[in-house]
Structures are given as C-alpha cells and as structure tokens.
Design a protein around this ligand. Structure first.
Ligand code: SAH
Ligand code: AVI
Length: 719
C-alpha cells in the first residue's frame, strides 16, 4: 500500500471513530428536558448543556483554531466554554455555569454540529502532523471524559430533586457488573514496571513507564459491597474518630456524613439514588459514591488498607482474570497522591494545562466506572479527585501487606475433598453440604463481618464472658502451657486467653481456612513476641499429632464460638474424644457453646437485615463455581434460617427459587423450586446437654459459666 492510500485508510478510520464518539453525548441528552440540561447542582458540577458545548469547543484551541483562515463559529463561545485554560484568556467561573441560559440548548446543539462538520472536513484533508493527530485523539478522549462527567453531574442534579427523578429507564452502561468471586490475590512484588510505555493513546499523566519497588501484597478480588458498607455503618464506622484521617474526620463532622453520598435511611434500611431513580440499597452490589476519606476509614476498619496505584496496576497487568470489576463498575480509590511520574513531560502547547497543573492535593483512582465509555480506560489510566469529593462513581478494593505465607496454601487434596463431599451431599435427599466448606478466604471474611453484626450476639457475649472467667481458669494452666485452638479463624478471642495467661509458652491455631489462619497467626506472633506460634492448616475432624517444639507444659484445648454446634452429634463426640487423645492425659479444654433461647433471637442472628449471613451462605455456591467449575445460578438460591426445635438447632438452607438443573462435575443436579440444600446446623445447648456430650467423650466438666442474655456458656473440661 502506498503512503497516500495509508493516509486515506487512516482518515476513514478516524472519521468513523470521531462520529461514534461524538454521537454518544447527544444520545445521553436525548429524553432529558432543556431544564434538566441547564441547571447546575453544585459548584463542582456543570450543566449538561455546558458539557455538550465545552467538549465541542475543545477542538477549537487544539486543532481548528490553528488552521489558516480559521473563523470562529461564534467568538463569544471562547469565553463561555473555556473550562480552565489560563493561556486562552478569561472564562465564566465554574460555579456560574448554570446561569448561562444563553445560548439555548438548540444553539449549543447547532454549535456542536458545526464543530463536527468542520472536524470532518479537517479529517478529510488527511492531516499528517503527528502532534495534531495526537490532539485529535486527545479531543475524542476528552469528549469521552465529559460523557462520564455529564452522567455524574446529572445524577447529582437529580438527587437534589425532592421528586427523585429517574434520568433514564435503565442505567446507561455497556455491560452488567461482574459477580463477586471472593478471596484475594497475592503478589510477590519486587521491582516492577508501571505506566504507559507502549503504543496507542494515553494521557500525558500516564507516562513515562518506570520502575517501582513493591513489597509483597495482596489485593481483594472483589470491590467492597453495599453489604460490607452497611456492616461498617452498623459498627459505628462514621462515629469512630480512630478510624479516620484527621482531615477526613473534620469533613465527617462538618458535612454530617453518616453514609455514602445519596444514601438515605428508610425504615430499618437505606435507599440510594442512581440514574434510574431512588431504590433500596442492594447489599450484593459494589458500594458507590465514597470519598477517599471514607474509603480509607473503611479499609482501616476492615484491618486492611487501600492499594497504592502501582500495586493496583501491577496486579491488574499480571492477573487481569483474578479480579471482578477491575473496570466498568466504579473507580477505585488508591492511597497514591496524584503526582507526576519520574520523567513526566506535559503535552506541549495549550494541552499542557490538561493534567499536570492539577498534581497537588488529589488522590488517584484506578480502573473505570460503568459510566466510562467502552474502550476509554486502560490499565495505566489515572483518574483523580480531591479526597473529600464523592459525586463521581467511586468505590474501593482493599489491599494488605502479604509477606510469604507462614501457612502454605491448602494442598490440592482439599479441592478434591470439597468436590467429593459436595457431590455426595447433593446426591442425598434432602441435599446437604458440610459447613466447613464455607471457609475459603471470602467465607472467613464474611464470618468476621457476621461477628460484627448487631443481630449476631454469640461473639460479643462469649468474648465478654471469656474476659470474666479467663483470669481464674488460667491459674490452672501451670508453667509453659500450650494453647491449642480448633477453628481459630481470626484468633480474636485467643487474645483474651493470652492476656489472662502471660506464661503460656506456645500457641497452635488449627483451621481449615489457610488464608485466615495465616493472617491470624501472623498478627498473634507479632503481638505476642515471646509466644511460639505454630499454625496447622487442615480439618480438625482429622487430627494428626501436635507439632514439635511446643514445650512440656499442660495442653489447653480451646474451642470457642460454638463451632462444636456445627458438628453432628457423632462428629462432636468423635472430635472431643480425638482432641482428648491429642492433648494428652493432663489436658484442659475450654469449650464455648450457644444456649437455647427464644427462636426470634436465634432467627435474627442467622438472618441479619444487612444480608451478610445470606452472602456467607451463598458463598458456598460461589466457591463451588470458582473452585470446582460448578454452574450454580447464585441468584436463584435464597438464604433460609430456620429454628428446628426437635433437634435444638438453627439450620441454614439454600432454597432453590425455581425448578432448575445445575451442571456440576459433568452431571446435572436437579432442583425443584422450594427444594433446599441444608448447609449448616448450629446446635443450641443447655447445661445438661453440654455435660452429657462432654461425658460421652470422657471429659469431666470442672467449670460452667453462663453469660447474661442472650445467653452463651463456656465450659471448662479436664481430661
Ligand atoms: N473461633 C472463632 C471462629 C469461629 S468460625 C470464633 O469463635 O469467632 C469457625 C472457624 O472454624 C472458621 O475459621 C473455620 O474455617 C473453622 N472450621 C470450620 N470447620 C472446620 C474444620 N472441619 N476443620 C478446621 N477448621 C474448621
Ligand atoms: C462458626 N459457627 C459457630 C457459626 C454459627 O453460628 O453456627 C457460623 C455461622 N453461621 C451463620 N452465622 C454464623
């Protein structure tokens, strides 16, 4: 192909791209009234009409105005639609953009068409100057940025209306949000390259590519959800200054924040405003409309942190498949200040003011939102806002430091066992699944969220009771004792025992959830430097031997949380018998149980209003889909919490809401609508039933203490 044919081809492509990009904003404006498009809801926002005009105006200083013989469409527009370019003379202050009733919407649309006509003519001349061609692509990307701003600003305006108007019948987005997949992905870090270095368009602020050093870290695979956020609020997230940066806390106080932007209390829940109007907050979807301050406070509350932008970029470059909604849902706050990369050079000329001059006091966001036009964002893309701003489509994904694991991730046998066990359980009638499979990394995280729910009393009651009895019980431990904990989870209650027994020499947490065990062991080892911490990953129903090097003192078993209630009776007896063998002749054992009480209290604890327990229950299916390639349609299974008085237990079920067949391990598993998978029993005890159980496994009950209502109990057993 000769040079002129190549230019002709490129010109044709450019023209198609131009027309496509420029068609989008008028489509967004269709169906909105000229009043909708003229009003300005706050100084940060601009009217829709202004976005339509300004994104057209941009082609004048960048391209058309430099052409010989250029004549303005209307010389007054230079001032009216200049956004922030100092080099281009005076302009209308941003807060006054909503006062521009002239030119009319029709005049602005005519202006837009005229700019489009002139740009098409310019493209038709086959421009070859690389700088101008870059500015042309910049103009398209600029238009796309304003398409998103148009929607952000429109939503802010609609949210100011007492009528809660729906701007559109459906959310204007290219693709549905991706499902949460659970867990997090770990990266070794080291010397990595980030930034835009390759071919293709990028904004000046994305380059140059350069090296950065990353310590080992992990990034959660999913965005933080509304359910997570509700748990944060319920735990006093907006009322606890220790969670907030100083500037953030001042903003919370000054603005009276108690929830994300657009959230409004409604009965015992919340509603929020979107481009389709006001609706109840859906717990399952990613949370939106947060400031950096809120994202940062949440991360602290969750015991994690926000990622740096380099961590985000490296993770998404290396493992684009690992993350749900890396792009296309919400922009994700990072802890990186918006600053120039080493070697940054602003685009020359007027466009030098595009990005670089904003590099102070703002924070970087990565990814893209549902409102970002398809194809606009990239892995190196840097969005930025001031830390208090929250009208953009913003959310977050968490990070944490992740040194090489103490606990090696579960062996391959684990997946095989999960598969076998689940197939066996689903082949039975009624269908069952073992609750131990709830606890992948996400399941452990959801359980932690459950323990903070107002309705889930057992953790709080047991921790308070343990604080009361531990000092006395600890006097029996003797020197150099070893604490062996079964189902240690986050090892939070452990601290109460460790604080009451400073002479304890060793701690052996045992848990099936490798990620939870690793993180908890690390935290305990750090907080109790004199203690020998030796985690064991695996099923406590198949106990081997205790690790070597845990001293000669008494072995103290610790099984809190009423996890024993999750075992069938014969399993519980076999477990207690095996634990007695493992811990030796002179062992002690602290056993936590939940006691029988009013069904309303129990049912609320297993069916919380924020839907966290429902997510915990459904996570079994999420995990089966991810790890075993099963084909459960998660949304077609409802969470059920039922009190079974005869068996004295709470039961969790997943109920098929329709007839369906699920592909799993090459077979089809049929579900009738209303049929359930029984996923968990939580036995509730009385003092007598605890004594009977302990006796059946040959333990003596030497202590039994009960908490105030809602009642839970701790039993001290002796071998
Ligand atoms: N002890 C903590 C956590 C209870 S949650 C508390 O009282 O709050 C139950 C814990 O037991 C989870 O961490 C889960 O991973 C673990 N677990 C459940 N079944 C298990 C099994 N069969 N073997 C080992 N750990 C198990
Ligand atoms: C870990 N286990 C004792 C919890 C319980 O209460 O049975 C798990 C749980 N299930 C629903 N909520 C909490």
């Amino acid at each position: 192909m000769n040079a002129s044919a190549r230019i002709a081809d490129r010109t044709a492509d450019d023209l198609v791209a131009f027309r496509l990009v420029r068609a989008a904003m008028p489509i967004l404006a269709e169906g909105l009234s000229s009043e909708d498009l003229a009003a300005q809801s706050m100084p940060d926002c601009s009217p829709g009409k202004w976005h339509l005009a300004h994104s057209s105006w941009f082609f004048k200083p960048m391209i058309l105005g430099e052409e010989p013989g250029y004549r303005p469409v209307d010389p007054r527009f230079q001032t009216l639609f200049n956004s922030y370019y100092e080099a281009l003379g005076p302009r209308v202050d941003r807060p006054a953009r909503g006062l521009m009733t002239r030119p009319s919407l029709d005049e602005v649309l005519a202006y837009r068409r005229e700019i489009d006509r002139r740009m098409a003519a310019w493209l038709g001349d086959g421009p070859t100057d690389p700088r101008r061609l870059y500015l042309f692509i910049l103009g398209l990307n600029h238009d796309q940025q304003h398409q998103e701003l148009f929607l952000m600003d429109l939503l802010n305006l609609m949210a100011r209306s007492p009528l809660d108007p729906a701007a559109y019948p459906a959310e204007p987005r290219a693709r549905p949000a991706q499902r949460a997949r659970g867990g997090s992905t770990r990266f070794d870090g080291g010397l990595v390259e980030i930034g835009h270095g390759g071919a293709g368009f990028a904004f000046d602020n994305e380059g140059p590519a350069h090296r950065v050093w990353l310590e080992p870290y992990a990034l959660t695979n999913d965005l933080v959800s509304n359910a997570d956020w509700i748990a944060f609020i319920a735990d006093g997230g907006y009322a606890r200054p220790e969670l907030w940066l100083s500037d953030g806390w001042s903003t919370v106080k000054a603005e009276g924040w108690d929830a994300p932007l657009y959230w409004r209390p409604d009965g015992d829940g919340w509603t929020t405003m979107s481009l389709v109007g006001r609706a109840r907050v859906d717990p399952a979807v990613p949370v939106r409309h947060l400031s950096f301050y809120e994202a940062d406070a949440y991360a602290r509350w969750a015991g994690k942190r926000l990622p740096t932008e380099a961590e985000w970029e490296h993770a998404v470059r290396c493992r684009p498949d690992a993350f749900s909604n890396a792009f296309g849902e919400v922009w994700q706050w990072t802890t990186s200040a918006y600053a120039p990369y080493p070697g940054f050079r602003p685009t020359e000329g007027t466009a030098s003011e595009y990005n670089g001059k904003f590099m102070a006091n703002q924070m970087v966001l990565r990814g893209s939102s549902f409102a970002t036009p398809e194809g606009h964002a990239r892995v190196s893309y840097r969005n930025f806002f001031y830390p208090h701003q929250r009208w953009a489509f913003t959310g977050l994904r968490l990070a944490e430091d992740a040194p090489a694991p103490l606990v090696r991730a579960t062996d391959r046998g684990e997946t095989a066992r999960f598969r076998r066990d689940l197939i066996a359980g689903l082949s039975r009638s009624p269908k069952v699944a073992s609750p131990k499979w709830f606890y992948d990394a996400e399941g452990s995280r959801l359980f932690e969220a459950i323990t903070r729910l107002p309705e889930y009393y057992p953790t709080r009651q047991e921790a308070a009771l343990l604080r009361r009895v531990a000092p006395e019980w600890a006097t029996r431990f003797g020197p150099d004792a070893a604490l062996v904990e079964f189902g240690s989870g986050a090892s939070e209650k452990t601290r109460i025992v460790l604080d009451a027994a400073p002479d304890l020499g060793a701690y052996v947490p045992i848990d099936i959830s490798a990620d939870a065990l690793d993180a908890a062991s690390r935290r305990i080892a750090e907080a109790y430097p004199a203690l020998a911490v030796t985690p064991l990953v695996g099923d406590f129903l198949h106990l081997g031997a205790l690790p070597a090097g845990i001293g000669q003192g008494r072995r103290v078993g610790f099984f809190p949380g009423s996890t024993i209630g999750n075992l069938e009776r014969d399993e519980a007896i076999a477990f207690l018998t095996a634990a007695r063998g493992l811990l030796g002749p002179d062992a002690l054992f602290i056993l936590g149980v939940d006691l029988v009480k009013a069904p309303e209290t129990l049912i609320a604890a297993y069916d919380d209003s924020a839907g966290v327990t429902a997510a915990f229950n459904r996570n079994l299916l999420v995990r089966a889909n991810r790890e075993l390639g099963a084909g459960f349609d998660i949304d077609s299974f409802a969470h059920r919490a039922v009190w079974n008085a005869t068996a004295s237990r709470m039961e969790m079920h997943l109920e098929a809401t329709r007839d369906m067949s699920v592909l799993f391990d090459g077979r089809r598993i049929a579900f009738r609508g209303g049929e359930t998978i029984h996923t968990e029993s939580s036995r509730k005890y009385t003092e007598d039933s605890v004594r009977e159980l302990a006796g059946a496994a040959d333990w003596k009950v030497v202590g039994f203490e009960t908490s105030p209502a809602p009642e839970v109990a701790l039993a001290l057993l002796e071998a």
